[in-house]
Every structure is written in C-alpha cells, then in structure tokens.
Design a protein around this ligand. Sequence first.
Ligand code: AMP
Ligand code: GLY
Length: 421
Amino acid sequence: MNVLLIGSGGREHALAWKLAQSPRLDTLFAAPGNPGIANHAELVPLKVEDHGAVVDFCRARAVELVVVGPEAPLVAGLADDLRAAGIAVFGPSKAAAQLEGSKGFTKDLCARADIPTAGYARVDNIEAARAALTPFGLPVVIKADGLAAGKGVTIAMTPDEAEAALTALFAEPGGEAVIEEFLSGEEASLFVLTDGDAIMAFGSAQDHKRVGDGDTGPNTGGMGAYSPAPVLTAALEQRAIDEIIRPTVAALAAEGTPYSGVLYAGLMLTNTGPKLIEYNCRFGDPECQVLMARLDSDLLDTLLAVARGQLADAAAPAFSDKTALTVVMAARGYPGTPETGGAIDGIDRAEATGATVFQAGTRMDGDRLVSSGGRVLAVTATGDSVTQAQSAAYAALDRVEFPTGFCRRDIGWREVERERA
Ligand code: AMP
Ligand code: GLY
C-alpha cells in the first residue's frame, strides 16, 4: 500500500520510521518531509495548503492512506477534502479538530458533557475579560482561543501580569480568550485512538515544556519526553478514559461531527482526579517519538483501521514494557529566533549506541546536514527504567556534534527522583 505522510518535524520522522517497518507498506511519500524522513520516504514538494493538489497527487500515485502529522492542515480541513475524494485519512475533520483549534469550543463541550476540567469564562473583549478575572483569584490562567504553537498561555501570578496578558491578547481587534481556574497537580499526556465510535488507549507520556533545566525559562513545544508516564497509573488512565475521553467522543458523534484520529489529552492529575487541561488533535512532538520507540505492533495496520472506521475489529497495539526517553537538541535562540545553518555531525555514532535520532529542524546544505529550525533533533533511547533510558539517551546525545545547539540535561527528572527514592 502507498501512504502519504504530511509534515516535516520530529513527530513525522518518528511516524515515517515506524510506518516504514510495516510489511504492508509499498511506498511512503512525505510532504514536505525533512532529511531524516528522506531515509524512509520519497519526499514530494506538495503544497499542503492546496488540498486539490494533495488529492490529485494521491490519485496519481495510488495513495490509499494519508497520515496527517501536524494540527494546522487538520484545522484547515485537509482531512475533509481527502475523505470527500474517497481517500482514507488518519486525522480528524475540520469540525472535530476544533478540539485543538478553539480552546473555547473544548471548554463549552466539557461543560455540556460534564467533563472534569478547570472552571472558565470565554471573553471577546478586554472589559469583559477584566470583569471575568475576579472570581478566579490568583494565579489565573489566560489563553488565546486559537492555535498559538504553545505560546498562547499565560499563568498570571499578579494582577499586573494578568493585565499585561489581556492587553497583548486584545491588542488586535477580534481577539478571543479563555480565562481559567488554575489547577495544581502533576501533568501527564494520554493518547487515545478513535474512529468516532471505538476507543483504543495508545500510551502515555510526560513532556518537559520549559526551555531550561529544572523547568525554568519560557515555554517551548517540548524539550524532551518519556513514555510511559508512571504517574498515570492504570486506574487513573481508566478514569480519564471513562470521565474525559469517552464523553468527548460520544458528544462529538452525537453532534454529527465524529472524531477520527488520535486524541491527545493533556491532563492535570489533581487530588480530586484527572482533569482535562487541553486536547490536541494529533500526536505530541516529542511525545510521538517515545511512543513510536515503544510500539512493537504494526503502526500502519492500526492507523488504517482508524481511518477506515474499523477500529472495533483491530488488534490492540502492543507496546514494549521498556521506558523510552527522548531529549530534544534545539538551536541556540529557541524558543525565540533560532540560529539556523549550524552543522550537525555524529548521528551515526549516536545511533551506534542503539539510540534513534529523529530529525526535526534540519536541511541539507550541499552534502552537510545543518539546522533549519528551533527544535532540531530528538535523541531517543529505551531502558528498563526512566533512569536507564535517560543515561542511554544522554550517552547517545553526547556523540552528536552540534556546536550551535543546546539541550536540557534533566529530561525525566521527576521520575528519576522517584526511582531513586
Ligand atoms: P496548554 O497550551 O493549554 O496546554 O497550556 C500550556 C501549559 O499551561 C500546560 O501544559 C500547563 O502547564 C499550563 N496550564 C494550562 N492550563 C492550566 C490550568 N488551568 N491550570 C494550571 N496550569 C495550566
Ligand atoms: N509536546 C507538546 C505538544 O506536542 O503539543
């Protein structure tokens, strides 16, 4: 079977690496891809925003499944246009992708379906926003409504910080925001596949969003992750599926916009149980890298079952009991403006340790691999514990030469501390 993968990041490299292991795969195409993905796929210079061009390509090259990595094409309705053309696609419709595309949409759905989440108010002007702040006290959470690539959330500790966040949000006309109760607890990510009806748990992970060691500095797209997340025990995972995931899938189906794809639930494990922080309509990056490193069964079979609405009949995924841990190497300047063009060497030497180096922001400059974005590599290893996976990942990472890059040295610290205790 021919498959087209949409995207160009570390998440898509991990998906390509795993799809390429499927005995059912004939040719994997990737648009636009990156040099790491090119090891597993034929890169095609498609304009992904041009849905007609994507449909034409699939027809011309007998593509039977399209796997959409990032959220933006889903929110733009790429899955709808492919389905309308009779092409199976892994990823939700535009309407269902509103779970990620609009925080207010998700909060309203939680309210309708009685899903545990932080209390909230939706506002579309600064006066209403100021008035809505009071009942929440401090800290208070202020979020831009739409896609913001991880940059749209402020946790305001003081009234001045709240005012500054609102001023920035409503600087342009048409701003929309959600104001939320601050939740405390530990965060964990739960991944669930659904075809709109059947639900299949697909692993857990913990991300490290801050740029600096000890969880300091600005938020990023994620500097490292590990899977599984032991804090999300089997009992808590079941509770999250019963109280959060199942009612979400049922509500969207009942409203005529069934969700098909992966649901990525960001959870806060509070002392009254798991609460939804946010939904994403795609795999996490770098969480996908650690999920794929643990997946022993055939990814293509599973994604195809989701895309064809046959998940109820599909075999459950098989994940290794080992822990996978990934460390992101980013370019200096990230999450601000990253330095691009920095030379990267030593990926082979890193992989000789048994680790896998997924590429994100890379490009070829002649025959040299150089950096081309903020997050550049995700060095991924497995072990019998988080501590062992962490040592293996850093041992591999230390063989990579990327002088204009940096990484956190403490990925997995929460669990390493617990394992030491
Ligand atoms: P989001 O983009 O919604 O995932 O938010 C980014 C980060 O902000 C989350 O990973 C949390 O660390 C934090 N956050 C978001 N909402 C809340 C909340 N209601 N209470 C506490 N922390 C939050
Ligand atoms: N690592 C967080 C995300 O993919 O949204």
